[in-house]
Design a protein around this ligand. Structure first.
Ligand SMILES: NC(=O)c1ccc[n+]([C@@H]2O[C@H](COP(=O)([O-])OP(=O)(O)OC[C@H]3O[C@@H](n4cnc5c(N)ncnc54)[C@H](O)[C@@H]3O)[C@@H](O)[C@H]2O)c1
Length: 390
């Protein structure tokens, strides 16, 4: 029986995918084989001996001590793309509320309705022009980052009759295949800035993307541009954005990551980090996290890990060896030599590396004894050896 500890509430729809005859799940199990987590902080968590994998139901993994996991041979999974539709829908809403002042207008109607002696219907007709704004149809949106979210945004914007420009210097083949062929993919972000009435950013935050949208970028954009940031607050330089809003160069800034500085500035629409906040997104993340964790524990397959390479292999023997080891020369030779010295014939084998670590699956037609497993564990550079039986 595999023991799974839940460190946050995980959607029941996700947990339903666990095979009850092989998995025990609760927030109280001890010496767990796997952990399901959302945002619980794990940096001080003491790993039990049995722990082999942590699956994060969500994309970001900064609540998990990744380096410590790698050193201990613990595979960390996340669920890329599982919340992409939720974010895409909020981006569409963000474009709309950045166009007509829908939020300001609704608030104003409430004020009027609560003011004594106001005849609401004529008051609305008289005051509505203050909240007017442009349509999206036939306007141009520039999408920075064409991954899971960016691609959905591009395709949905086309459906709304918009002209769509996309920029992503690291565009993967899979991501390119998801993009509608009517998206103009540009190789210089300035080409996008030059034409876009709306600019929306969907790249990960890291040292090279910090302040991606700054004074220089804004100076290349069209006047009265509307900028949307539902990716991470640090991607937009707040001071530069405030200056651009004050000068009128940027008409509206929608952010899902408010702070004290930016939230109170006129023409900023600050949302409370709502991008992934839908029951569907929570469920998608849980289902994906559970499936990946189960596949790893039962079959040794790694899909969507942030610290180990993706390796999946169909079963072709009666026992499977799963080895996490350092990515250094001669590891495979040492593993194969150990097996052949013990008279074990290899049916199939896959090896892949990711930065400093590598993962090898070896299928054999013999039961692996504790002695053989022990010899493999003793190889310098081997971090973890698991034996699975079909
Ligand atoms: N608001 C929310 O609640 C919420 C929810 C989910 C994700 N996000 C944010 O959205 C981001 C994107 O999510 P995703 O699922 O689409 O990720 P993804 O990994 O599928 O896509 C990111 C894309 O950005 C591209 N990219 C990286 N650096 C770039 C650069 N310098 N210029 C242009 N493109 C670059 C990558 O090539 C990739 O295609 C996440 O990193 C996260 O910060 C926010």
């Amino acid at each position: 029986m595999y023991r799974i500890k839940t460190m946050n509430k995980i959607s029941a729809a996700g947990l339903a995918h666990l095979d009850k005859s092989r998995f025990q799940v609760s927030d109280e199990v001890e010496n767990e084989d796997g952990i399901l987590v959302r945002s619980a902080p794990m940096h001080d968590y003491v790993f039990p001996d049995a722990l082999r994998a942590i699956a994060r139901a969500g994309a970001g993994t900064n609540n998990i001590p990744i380096d410590r996991c790698s050193e201990s041979g613990i595979v960390v999974f996340n669920t890329p793309g599982a919340n992409a539709n939720a974010v895409k829908e909020l981006v569409l809403a963000a474009m709309l509320i950045a166009s007509r002042d829908i939020l300001g207008g609704a608030e104003w109607v409430q004020e009027q309705a609560h003011t004594p002696n106001v005849d609401l219907a004529p008051a609305v007709e008289k005051g509505k022009s203050a909240f007017a704004g442009p349509e999206l149809y036939r306007k141009t949106v520039g999408v920075i980052g064409l991954g899971a979210i960016g691609a959905l945004v591009c395709n949905a914007a086309l459906e709304l009759g918009m002209d769509v420009y996309g920029f992503d210097p690291f565009l993967s083949v899979d991501a390119a295949l998801r993009l509608d062929r009517h998206v103009h993919v540009v190789h210089d972000v300035n080409e996008l800035y030059k034409v876009a009435d709306y600019v929306t950013i969907h790249v990960p935050y890291n040292s090279s993307t910090k302040d991606f949208i700054n004074a220089e970028a804004i100076s290349k954009m069209k006047g009265q541009v509307r900028v949307l940031n539902l990716a991470r607050g640090e991607l937009v330089n707040d001071d530069d954005m405030i200056a651009a809003l004050e000068s009128g160069r940027v008409a509206r800034y929608v952010t899902d990551f408010p702070n004290e500085k930016i939230a109170c500035i006129p023409h900023v629409i600050a949302l409370p980090h709502l991008g992934a906040s839908t029951p569907e997104s929570e469920e998608n993340c849980a289902v994906m996290a559970v499936r990946q964790l189960q596949d790893y524990l039962v079959n040794g397959n790694i899909i969507n890990s942030v610290n180990m390479p993706n390796v999946a292999q169909d079963w072709s023997g009666i026992s499977r060896l799963c080895l996490i080891h350092r990515n250094v020369p001669a590891m495979l030779t040492k593993i194969m030599t150990t097996l052949s010295d013990d008279g074990i014939n290899v049916e199939n084998m896959t090896n892949k590396s990711k930065k400093d670590y590598a993962y090898t699956i070896v299928d054999v037609n013999t039961r692996i004894t504790d002695q053989v497993a022990g010899e493999l564990r003793a190889i310098d550079g081997v971090i973890r050896v698991r034996v699975l039986n079909h």
